[in-house]
Design a protein. Structure first.
Length: 595
């Protein structure tokens, strides 16, 4: 551990009583950056009990902050105070790894002002007031005794009334899509209270008095949630024909640019990434056209090819997409494929997988449904021994037609790429490495673009390593899948900044990205619900590919793919631009040592 000069915070606190501002001098007290980071994290959890329990810190499970003005001020003060403490470090004297942490903390604290004063999601997104997951995190924490968990929940339930009273006060001209999402998710949340929590209560040895009081709080909570739902219905949805009821879901160029910088933490601007995606799209079209030519005869024999390139590609895709699993075996077939991916990664020496961390494939819990069809939920760094779930949403709620459309999108080839992305060696593998990273800051303030970029990168890397053999269908479906990532970026920027209509979006997704209707409709919905996040896939992938190429060129013969992967992941979920800086620095010091 490095010892660093530290401007004492406590001295500054004591000086607070005096009105005059003294010049800050470095003191003789020596502390290290890790200690500062640990204190910062502790303070962050104390302020954010709900995030804390999601991340596996369960010291504040009995608390639930009310999202009022006082809390806003408190958050701003928190950011200001900790930025001052951070800036007391001499950046140049930090180790390279600590420099990344420095940036992550700095970016995070600076974003507080953006989210609190500019973005203000609490005003326009009624779905941000969904507390079901927060309670689920508490009851699901097996390291606390059932009695302890129930006591925490019993105390936490006392905040629900004030919480929703404040939520109703905060909402000002919401968007219609977020209002609808809120209604849907809140309905799903109720089962956590009505079922999960009451089942746990009944299984406990708590006395009758406790049980009675608890049950009546649960009833009250459900009534409060229903009241909030009907508030959204009567105040907003019932008045949807009035043009002043809802605001546009488009956040516009300025907010978008700021949110992109805050969230993606790329070396590029939002517009530069948009432009790169447009170039990539046309390159992928060329490749797909070539493959559809080679596959034409197999599926269409002597039949004449259509005039339009897009039509030819679409026709071949439509044939290939017919190879898919039955709707009832969707979850099962995903479960069966995981060990095959593990075997391929091991046989080809692509990256070390930890055999002690099992991946559990399960049906997505009700309260989490509503977004993607498959996702990973992994234990945080505080709970590294807990199970990692691969959530797959079964197709039971689909009509036959919807299921068929969905299954053609997730046909036998695409389903394998999905599993690479979500599980092995994509998200699941990355998260295992991330939790081994020595920096808690990097695990907690992780960069979404690096995380998604890695998953997208592994799809390509697996195919380059020979996954799928020389199967042309696999190649075609991979390009189509990759095109989706590219078009996500174009779509997101287009919708939020360039006023793309639903028709523009459908044209891009169905005609130029060859998506099935259900997928395209889902994406149109998602792209109105979130902003910037859809760019993370392509941006991270783009920057990882650039980094790999750069290192291959610099290292020549000595470049080793497995080493590259393991070193890249060893820095934790940090923005690619910061990882690049460290890897290049390490390379230059390694070659100096060799010389
Ligand atoms: Zn079919
Ligand atoms: Zn992903």
């Amino acid at each position: 551990m490095k010892k660093l000069l530290y401007f004492t915070f406590f001295a500054a606190l004591l000086a607070c009583g005096n009105q005059e501002q003294k010049t800050v001098e470095p003191t003789v007290e020596i502390q290290d950056f890790e200690k500062f980071a640990a204190e910062f994290i502790d303070d962050m959890w104390a302020m954010n009990p709900i995030s804390a329990s999601y991340q596996g810190v369960h010291d504040y499970d009995d608390k639930m902050p009310i999202p009022n003005e006082a809390r806003k001020q408190f958050k701003m003060k928190f950011a200001k105070d900790w930025l001052a403490k951070l800036n007391a470090f001499d950046y140049e004297k930090l180790s390279e790894a600590d420099k990344i942490d420095f940036h992550l903390i700095e970016d995070d604290l600076k974003n507080t002002s953006f989210y609190t004063n500019d973005f203000k999601m609490g005003e326009w997104n009624p779905a941000s007031y969904n507390i079901g997951g927060a309670f689920f995190q508490v009851i699901n924490y097996q390291k606390h005794s059932l009695d302890k968990r129930l006591e925490d929940i019993n105390a936490k339930l006392d905040y629900v009334d004030a919480y929703y009273a404040q939520a109703k006060e905060n909402i000002k001209t919401p968007t219609e899509v977020h209002t609808n999402l809120a209604i849907q998710q809140l309905e799903g949340s109720k089962s956590i209270f009505r079922k999960t929590l009451l089942d746990s209560l009944n299984a406990s040895a708590k006395d009758e008095e406790f049980k009675k009081a608890f049950e009546s709080k649960i009833e009250k909570t459900i009534a409060t949630i229903d009241d909030y739902k009907s508030f959204l219905q009567t105040e907003y949805l019932d008045k949807k024909n009035d043009s002043t009821t809802f605001r546009s879901f488009r956040i516009g160029k300025e907010l978008y640019g700021k949110k992109f910088a805050a969230e993606i933490q790329s070396a590029y601007s939002a517009y530069e990434i948009f432009e790169a995606a447009v170039v990539e799209k046309s390159d992928l079209h060329d490749k797909m056209f070539g493959l559809s030519d080679m596959l034409w005869e197999k599926y269409f024999g002597e039949q004449e090819k259509p005039d339009r390139r897009f039509d030819q590609i679409q026709m071949v895709i439509d044939e290939v997409a017919k190879t898919h699993v039955h709707r009832d075996s969707f979850v099962t077939s995903i479960r069966q494929q995981i060990p095959e991916l593990v075997a391929f990664v091991n046989e080809n020496d692509l990256i070390t997988l930890d055999p002690k961390k099992p991946l559990v494939v399960r049906e997505t819990p009700e309260y989490m449904r509503g977004f993607a069809g498959a996702s990973i939920s992994a234990p945080g760094p505080y709970d590294a021994d807990a199970e990692t779930y691969y959530n797959v949403t079964p197709l039971d709620h689909y009509t036959d037609e919807e299921a068929e459309s969905y299954l053609r999108e997730y046909n036998n080839f695409t389903l394998q790429i999905l599993n690479i992305h979500e599980a092995i060696p994509g998200h699941y593998t990355q998260l295992v490495y991330s939790n081994q990273s020595p920096s808690l800051i990097k695990s907690l303030l992780g960069n979404g673009a690096m995380i998604e970029g890695w998953a997208v990168y592994t799809e390509r890397m697996m195919l380059e390593a020979g996954y799928g053999g020389d199967n042309l269908e696999m190649g075609l479906m991979y390009y189509k899948w990759n095109l989706r990532t590219v078009c996500n970026t174009i779509l997101d920027y287009g919708i939020q900044v360039m006023d793309y209509t639903e028709k523009d979006a459908m044209q891009l997704l169905m005609d130029e990205a060859f998506q099935e209707k259900s997928e395209a409709e889902g994406k149109w919905r998602r792209a109105r619900l979130s902003q910037v996040q859809l760019c993370s896939y392509f941006t991270g992938y783009y920057e990882i590919m650039q980094l790999r190429t750069e290192l291959e060129e610099k290292m020549g013969e000595s470049f080793d793919l497995k080493t590259f992967h393991e070193e890249f992941l060893s820095y934790g979920s940090a923005p690619v631009k910061y990882i690049r800086k460290l890897m290049l620095k390490k390379l230059s010091s390694d070659s100096k040592a060799a010389a």
